[in-house]
Design a protein around this ligand. Sequence first.
Ligand SMILES: NC(=O)c1ccc[n+]([C@@H]2O[C@H](COP(=O)([O-])OP(=O)(O)OC[C@H]3O[C@@H](n4cnc5c(N)ncnc54)[C@H](OP(=O)(O)O)[C@@H]3O)[C@@H](O)[C@H]2O)c1
Length: 223
Amino acid sequence: MNKTAVITGASKGIGKALAEKMLGKNYTVIGTSRSGKIQIKHPNFHSLALDLTDFSSIEKAQIEINNNFEHINVLINNAALGSDLHFDLPERQSFEQTFDTNVKGTVFFTEAMVNRIPNDGIILNISSKMGSVEVCEKFGSVAYRMSKSALNMYTKILKNRLAGKVKVACIHPGWVKTTIIESNLKNATLTPEESAEKIFSFLMSDFKNGIYWDCEEGVALPW
Ligand SMILES: NC(=O)c1ccc[n+]([C@@H]2O[C@H](COP(=O)([O-])OP(=O)(O)OC[C@H]3O[C@@H](n4cnc5c(N)ncnc54)[C@H](OP(=O)(O)O)[C@@H]3O)[C@@H](O)[C@H]2O)c1
């Protein structure tokens, strides 16, 4: 039987490329976006509306998944905002949006899914090397950096809680040409498809439980 993956934020960028990659590898993929409208046509693809900033949307998505899918083998927490990637200083609205999506929504959606993940399942949190406390030498993008550090901590917490059952990791997907920030389309080094390829190889590898991994360089990152 096909394995089932849930990928949040599958409407564009890395999440969409990863959904397409995993469909090509015979996964059944449930891809989410706020509207639920995702331009992927494949018999094993199921799109779902999910707004991580809205608890009732998380509950609805949970019911929909529970009613239609027996289990989730892989949960990929990919959806995120980078609305303060341009900013040097914390700014209230983007700070709230970023934490509501990248931290609060991601944690509570994961909690809604965790009982559906069988033994030998995987939770992959798409973090960023911008979340590394140890290598931080800049001062901008405060909310984005802090949100990814928080996601890294949640990864460790899940690893401790689910040890022996579900494997967990947080990864840097590389510097990828997406619209998370407009300048990435010109400056970034990887296409979404190249990033998806590297993420999928990591997923298939015998990775160390709880690791923080740079998929672009193929090395563990310092926390
Ligand atoms: N691009 C890079 O260079 C880079 C580097 C390091 C880490 N990352 C990480 O990689 C992941 C994917 O980034 P990307 O560059 O592919 O970004 P992207 O192209 O902007 O895609 C973001 C996805 O998140 C979804 N999303 C946004 N807000 C949401 C919300 N409130 N609820 C649910 N879904 C929401 C979007 O869907 P809708 O707008 O359709 O709802 C979209 O599908 C993120 O976690 C990002 O932090 C990216």
